[in-house]
Write a protein that binds this ligand. Structure first.
Ligand code: ATP
Length: 593
């Protein structure tokens, strides 16, 4: 094994096992029942082999028709019983497995929902989905197959060995002598399969990543517009090809191992017939033909569990790897959490203060430097600045999508980190640059902000967001579908729906991150007409690219390279001849001119 492979192998510590078993704990009653079923069927499974001895010795050799029939019926009845128990056990087993994965899936979804924005921006989406789906599905097979196999094979093995040693310890020992031959190939195959499984899993994550990126609406648009279909196809094909070869290798690793095992397992019975025959014929032993037949049959029953138990080492490691991958996610703590003792707050007015705020997304690359400003409640401010200067970053810090790395952000005079998270997020409404609408109707998208909104509330919000005419013109009105991510609507319509959505939410502080993409002047005017009265009546921050938006604000802050370099009124800033003047002359879009 290479160093890298050794490092990738999960350490099966008592803590890990305790954690895995903690998921089984709530179902201990059902598990106990499964255990009883397994024990019963393992014992009953041995009986037909013992009856075979009786059939030969008492029935066939003893020429007793009555006993022959009795033993045949007994053997058949036991087989039927074993199978019936098997059905009950399968049902119980899948019931438990399904309930455990149900718990795990819910726990994982809840946990992922709590993870901070950084987690989603820095982790591969495919990887997140894989852990949520196939890793947790894998746990089901661990319970229905691996755990079950360990239990039933151990019990069968013990009973078969006891029965064999009671018949003839010499022959029992002889049969067992072949076992060490299993160990070596099992260990080798286990390691190979482990490495291959991990590689296949990684390739699978990569495939999911590609699918997520390129089959999403925006991804497809990009692929089409840049004519990258063939390139993407090749990329997909090559990972897919790697996965095919890894999967074949993995299956074959198991297959070779199986071939060696089945050859070795055949040596045992022949050895028993030979030595048993020798004992019976030459040394006048009390052994009967039936005894030797029973021993050979029992030996068969021991090889299977030994084989499976050794094989299980491979599955066991695989299962532990699965659990480790899942627990790795569970162990990631959300960066942003609600405070233990939140400051009680009533009637938030939305005043905001940044005091000496520093911030970086990645250590070593500071984005905001010593940013301080104050926005009184009821007032509005515009933030302007070159692209990448950190405007969106400033607003990300208010609802704590990220936490500051220095200084503090206060809402109504209270550090946002001391405010209950859901209260904070309720109090801040953002119309973001990239409008996100869920695939559904306009109504559903509006209700997302306020599930108990009445028809009247919605119409009112649409009117104020200047989108009601559009809604009315739709044959289905509010029930018109917006399409995947709202792509059936124009950029301006989407923005106005998201303004209506935020109005329904009715936050104390409204943040409007103006889209940089050009809208036609009619669209722009509609948005402008919608937001102007809104910002007059509540505390608002506008990230502005258009002169009309900038002029609507009470004060303007100019950001450059993460610092506030100028602030004041439009007229004064233009007269200053600094960054603002430059932006004014080169960048602000002025459809009204
Ligand atoms: P624009 O006007 O183009 O939207 P902006 O002023 O809003 O730009 P921000 O989005 O705040 O700029 O980005 C500021 C800097 O932070 C950029 O250099 C960007 O590369 C970086 N940045 C933004 N988001 C992240 C992130 N999630 N992880 C790492 N760096 C980021």
């Amino acid at each position: 094994m290479t160093e890298e492979e050794k490092a990738a192998q999960p350490k099966v510590t008592p803590e890990l096992l305790k954690r895995v078993f903690s998921y089984l704990e709530p179902y201990w009653k059902q598990l106990a029942l499964v255990l009883v079923c397994i024990a019963a069927s393992s014992v009953f499974n041995i009986l037909p082999s013992i009856f075979t001895g009786k059939i030969i010795d008492k029935g066939l050799i003893g020429r007793d028709m009555r006993l022959l029939v009795i033993y045949i019926i007994m053997s058949l009845s036991v087989t039927l019983l074993v199978n019936l128990i098997g059905v009950a056990e399968s049902y119980l087993n899948s019931w438990i497995a399904q309930h455990i994965t149900f718990d795990m899936r819910n726990q994982m979804y809840r946990h992922l929902q709590m993870m901070s924005q950084r987690f989603f921006t820095s982790n591969n989406q495919g990887d997140i989905i894989t852990r949520m789906t196939s890793d947790i599905d894998g746990v089901e097979s661990v319970i229905t197959s691996t755990f079950r196999s360990i239990l039933s094979n151990s019990i069968t093995l013990v009973f078969a060995l006891v029965a064999m040693f009671r018949k003839s310890w010499v022959l029992a020992l002889l049969g067992m002598a072949v076992i060490p031959l299993f160990v070596l190939p099992t260990r080798r195959a286990g390691k190979t399969r482990w490495t291959l499984t991990r590689e296949a899993q990684e390739a699978n994550d990569e495939v999911n990543g590609i699918l997520n990126e390129t089959l999403s609406v925006s991804g497809q648009l990009l692929v089409k517009l840049f004519g990258r279909e063939n390139h993407e196809y090749e990329r997909y094909r090559s990972v897919n090809e790697r996965m095919v070869s890894l999967n074949i290798k993995e299956r074959m690793a198991g297959r070779w191992f199986f071939m060696v095992l089945s050859t070795v397992t055949n040596i045992g019975p022949m050895l028993l017939y030979f030595v048993g025959g020798l004992l019976m014929m030459k040394y006048d032993s009390s052994l009967t033909v039936g005894d030797i037949t029973v021993l050979v049959a029992l030996l068969g029953k021991t090889y299977m569990p030994v084989n499976s138990l050794l094989n299980i080492q491979v599955d066991w490691m695989r299962s532990m790897a699965l659990f480790s991958r899942i627990f790795e996610y569970f162990d990631m703590r959300p960066e942003v959490t609600t405070p233990h003792r939140p400051t009680p707050m009533k009637n938030i007015t939305g005043s905001v203060e940044f005091s000496h705020v520093d911030f970086w997304y990645e250590k070593g690359r500071q984005i905001l430097k010593d940013v301080s400003f104050k926005l009184e409640s009821g007032k509005s401010m515009a933030i302007v600045g070159p692209s990448g200067s950190g405007k969106s970053t400033i607003i990300n810090l208010i609802p704590r999508l990220y936490d500051v790395t220095g200084g503090n952000v206060r809402l109504d005079g209270v550090d946002v980190r001391a405010i209950k998270l859901d209260l904070l997020r309720q109090s801040v409404g953002i119309v973001s640059q990239e409008t996100y609408l869920f695939n559904g109707t306009i109504r559903e998208n509006l209700l997302y902000a306020k599930p108990d909104a009445t028809e009247e509330d919605m119409i009112q919000a649409c009117r104020r967001a200047n989108i009601y005419d559009f809604v009315q013109a739709q044959p289905d009105g509010l029930d018109a579908m917006v399409g995947n991510r709202g792509l059936k609507l124009s950029g301006g319509e989407k923005q106005r729906i998201s303004i209506a959505r935020v109005l329904l939410k009715d936050p104390a502080l409204l943040i409007f991150d103006e889209a940089t993409s050009a809208l036609d002047s009619i669209s722009e005017k509609k948005i402008q007409d919608a937001i102007e009265p809104i910002i007059k009546e509540r505390t608002s921050i506008l990230i502005a690219h258009r002169l009309s938006t900038i002029l609507a604000a009470d004060e303007i802050f100019v950001l450059k390279d993460g610092r506030i370099v100028e602030h004041g009124q439009h007229r004064d800033l233009v007269a200053l001849g600094g960054v603002y003047t430059e932006l004014y002359e080169t960048q602000f879009s002025r459809p009204e001119e």
